[in-house]
Design a protein around this ligand. Structure first.
Ligand SMILES: NC(=O)c1ccc[n+]([C@@H]2O[C@H](COP(=O)([O-])OP(=O)(O)OC[C@H]3O[C@@H](n4cnc5c(N)ncnc54)[C@H](OP(=O)(O)O)[C@@H]3O)[C@@H](O)[C@H]2O)c1
Length: 275
């Protein structure tokens, strides 16, 4: 990308809080014309007029088409999509009902696909575009008691591997950025499966594990660390297949998962969470 093309029009989903909000703020601060999209869009702008909030619900075809359409009619292009919208459903695999699991996948996986399908035609027409999908280290390591969340993020990693090859001939690039724990509202917004209450056989271990996740998120780095990582990715000549942004121990976990026999790594996970 030539220097003059390094900023342009960006669509950031999940911009009403946490990582998406930090990404929208930082992109705007370096000159991108940013459209920040989420269900609570209008209530979410931290720096008035720094970027434009637009309503978006990723589980609705009509909403996604309207949101992307509004950016395209104002700007005639979208140069960058940073897709951060996501939710977390918690509970053992046995306790999370099928509708709850469907909600997890409908938002995190199919919601991503819906946004990609809306944005790609304009990028193809322009012959360029960059896409950063926010995954999770939980999309590289299966995390107990948020197994459907992990599954949704594993799905994104696999999907982006395929997508990259499909869109390369059109001059479009994609990557998946996997953050470790980041201090956001993700745990506060977490949806606990209806069957995870005290009558569940998993209850004690479930509560202890999600409690540990919540503590880690509360003590984690602020979301601007991901916004800075996004800028770093955009400064590269080409986007990598995936990027992992975590503390040294989180990154070590990803490396160990790749290197160690699976059962040995599973023992580390059990010991980490006392399971
Ligand atoms: N925080 C972490 O530790 C962490 C770690 C790894 C990965 N991540 C990922 O980072 C992304 C952002 O999460 P966060 O930590 O910033 O959590 P967050 O503060 O809860 O933000 C989630 C964002 O997603 C939006 N969203 C949720 N459902 C949506 C829908 N149906 N349509 C449109 N927007 C929707 C929310 O906006 P509205 O409610 O206004 O719609 C909000 O802006 C997620 O994909 C998450 O899985 C987070």
């Amino acid at each position: 990308m030539a220097a003059s093309e390094r900023v342009g029009v960006a669509l950031v989903t999940g911009s009403s809080s946490g990582i998406g909000q930090a990404v929208a703020d930082r992109l705007a601060s370096v000159g991108w014309r940013v459209y920040g999209a989420s269900r609570r869009a209008a209530a979410s702008v931290t720096q008035p007029s720094a970027w434009t909030p637009i309503p978006l619900d990723v589980i609705s075809d009509v909403s996604v088409e309207a949101a992307v359409g509004s950016v395209l009619s104002a700007e005639q292009r979208i140069d960058l999509l940073v897709h951060c919208a996501g939710i977390s459903v918690a509970g053992s695999i046995e306790d999370v009902s099928i509708p709850e699991a469907e909600r997890q996948l409908a938002t995190n996986y199919l919601g991503t696909i819906r946004v990609l399908q809306a944005v790609l035609p304009a990028m193809r027409q322009a012959g360029k575009g960059r896409i950063i999908v926010v995954g999770s280290i939980g999309g590289l390591i299966g995390l107990p008691f948020i197994g459907h969340y992990s599954a949704s993020k594993f799905a994104l990693d696999g999907m982006v591997q395929a997508l990259r090859v499909e869109i390369a001939p059109f001059g479009i690039e994609a990557t998946v950025l996997h953050p470790g724990d980041i201090q956001t509202d993700i745990s506060a917004n977490q949806i606990e499966g209806e069957r995870t209450g005290s009558s569940s056989v998993y209850h004690r271990r479930f509560k202890a594990t999600v409690g540990a996740y919540d503590k880690a998120v509360r003590e984690a780095r602020k979301p601007d660390v991901i916004a800075k990582a996004v800028l770093k990715l955009l400064a590269r000549r080409s986007l990598p297949v995936r990027a992992v942004v975590g503390t040294p121990s989180e990154r070590a976990g990803v490396v160990l998962k790749a290197l160690l026999p699976s059962r040995v790594f599973e023992t580390i996970i059990r010991k980490t969470y006392g399971l």
